[in-house]
Every structure is written in structure tokens, then in C-alpha cells.
Design a protein around this ligand. Structure first.
Ligand code: ADP
Length: 259
């Protein structure tokens, strides 16, 4: 009979992972990584076994966001994930120094991501959260094809330009038949740390409208709040340090909609 292309061998590292979800954004700086980390922790608080893969090879931010340094244990070609705040994490940032990865070319980036999936001892996981690189270029497309994604979550700010990029992100996942869980509006409104007043700095409701127009679910709004930025900078994500506070609430509510 006719010989089709050989199917890619299954990746050993993720063989006991029940679901992989991608956190994506059309452009950088919208808070995708911050959202991915806090959502992963929020899912773990729901009693799930959670992993967090930083697929951003050029600009890994997970090590800083979870406050983890140091080198993972490596036995043969198996890399042990680094446990931080109760979840298993892996990032190129743990393995090579930044300046070196910065000059890598496309194929090396692709094989690095494959390695972070296949050679990492993820073990039994209910959910592996993947912090995708920003944008909708070839690297993102390849990744969405290579990784057996259960679904994607798009993070956007309320500003028009970010929303246009979010539309592109949505279109990209649809092109490769990855279900869209929905859109999150980050930096949705400003919560004043001293008076608690709300100000809609970038306008509001944009992501909700885009979601409705594109037939995607709207998953929720995350406020722009000093605590979220400061806890991220300190490597102690807000869902980990103040899970009962109002800032963590937004992530926990979204986690409940996802799983
Ligand atoms: P991206 O992954 O999209 O490039 P980051 O997650 O690195 O974006 O966030 C960019 C900056 O914005 C970081 O300094 C981060 O701490 C901050 N940030 C992200 N979301 C919020 C938020 N909801 N409130 C306050 N600061 C935020």
C-alpha cells in the first residue's frame, strides 16, 4: 500500500500528562507569563497535579517569576523538573545562559522545545500549562502542531492593538484545529492599592466584545494591580502568597472555568 509520512514518535516525557494547555498572546508585554504562572498555581490549588513549561526560548521568564534558580538534576538524557510553589516547572532559563540562547536559530529553538517536553520527567500530570512565546509566527505555529494541545487560552489587554493581535492568535490556533478555551483580559482595570478605587485606564470590555465577535468564550478580567507586579518580581506569585486575596481571586475564578 501507499506509505504516508511516518508519524512522529510520541514524546516520552509527556506520556503520562493528561492535558496540555497553551497560554498564548498575540504580542509581548500583555502579561502572558504572569497569567500562565498564576493560572498554573490556581489549578494546583484546585487539587490538580500541575506542570508549567516555559516554551519561550528567547525570553524565558518562568525562573524569575517562580523565584527558582539552580540547575535541574540530569540523569542520562532525563531532566528533572524544578519544583516551585508546589508545581513542576521547566525552562530553558534553568539549562543554558541567556546570551547563548539569544543567538540560536529556528531549528535549534524547535529542538529545544521538543526536548523540554520529551526529555523532562514530567511524570503523572493532570495539566501541563505551556507559557507560549509571544506572537503568531512560524515558531508558534510549529509548536501548536507538535504539541498535542487540549486547548489554548489567549491573553490580551483591553487596548485595540493588543486585541487585533489576539485575533491573529485565535486564527492561528483555529488553523491547526486547536480548541480555544477562551480569552482573558489582563490589566483590565486599575485597582488603586491605597483607596481600592477602580479606573478603566485602557477602556474596558474590549476582550469580552472580541471574544463574542469571534465566537470564543470570555474567561475573565484580571486587574492591573501593584501586588501582581511586585509579587512577580519577587518570585512569589500572588496566587501562592495571598491565595485568599482579591488579586488571586481573578486567577482562581478563571482556573475554575478551565478545569
Ligand atoms: P508577557 O509574558 O506577555 O511578555 P509579562 O507576564 O512578563 O508579559 O508581564 C509584563 C509586565 O507586566 C511584568 O512586569 C508583569 O509583572 C506586569 N504585569 C502583568 N500582569 C499584570 C497585572 N495584572 N497587574 C500588574 N502588573 C502586571
Amino acid at each position: 500500500g501507499k506509505q504516508g509520512p511516518k508519524p512522529a514518535p510520541p514524546l516520552e516525557g509527556i506520556k503520562d500528562v493528561k492535558a496540555i494547555i497553551a497560554i498564548a498572546s498575540g504580542k509581548g508585554g500583555v502579561g502572558k507569563s504572569t497569567t500562565a504562572v498564576n493560572l498554573a498555581l490556581a489549578l494546583a490549588r484546585r487539587g490538580l497535579n500541575v506542570g508549567l513549561l516555559d516554551a519561550d526560548i528567547y525570553g524565558p521568564s518562568v525562573p524569575r517569576l517562580v523565584g527558582a534558580q539552580g540547575k535541574p538534576d540530569v540523569a542520562g538524557k532525563i531532566i528533572e523538573p524544578i519544583i516551585a510553589h508546589g508545581i513542576k516547572t521547566m525552562s530553558i532559563g534553568y539549562l543554558v545562559d541567556q546570551e547563548k540562547a539569544m543567538v540560536w536559530r529556528g531549528p535549534m529553538v524547535g529542538s529545544a522545545v521538543t526536548q523540554l517536553l520529551g526529555d523532562v520527567h514530567w511524570g503523572d500530570l493532570d495539566i501541563l500549562v505551556v507559557d507560549m512565546p509571544p506572537g503568531t509566527g512560524d515558531a508558534q505555529l510549529t509548536l501548536s502542531q507538535k504539541v498535542p494541545l487540549a486547548g489554548a487560552v489567549i491573553v490580551s489587554t483591553p487596548q485595540d492593538i493588543a486585541l487585533i493581535d489576539a485575533r491573529k492568535g485565535l486564527a492561528m490556533f483555529r488553523q491547526v484545529d486547536v480548541p480555544i478555551f477562551g480569552i482573558i483580559e489582563n490589566m483590565s482595570y486599575f485597582l488603586c492599592p491605597s483607596c481600592g478605587d477602580r479606573a478603566d485606564i485602557f477602556g474596558t470590555g474590549g476582550a469580552r466584545e472580541t471574544a463574542a465577535a469571534l465566537g470564543a468564550d470570555f474567561l475573565g478580567e484580571i486587574p492591573l494591580h501593584m501586588d501582581i507586579r511586585e509579587t512577580s518580581d519577587q518570585g512569589t506569585p500572588v496566587v501562592s502568597v495571598s491565595p485568599d486575596g482579591p488579586q488571586a481571586r481573578a486567577y482562581l475564578d478563571i482556573a475554575e472555568k478551565i478545569a
